[in-house]
Design a protein. Sequence first.
Length: 64
Amino acid sequence: MSAREREVLIQVARGLSNADIARTLHLAEATVRTHIGHVVVKTAARDRAYAVVFAYESGLVHAG
């Protein structure tokens, strides 16, 4: 997973929408969607929600 994909995944795990992530990381929404798609494939997640589970289980994001 690329550094940018990790950044996007962390923002997804924090509950941000694609539009919010785009604003925060200065990206186009289409680029955010592309990164999320790559993350889902690379983590073998079924969807965005399972990618978030991966983020927590792998320690990329911590609860709290």
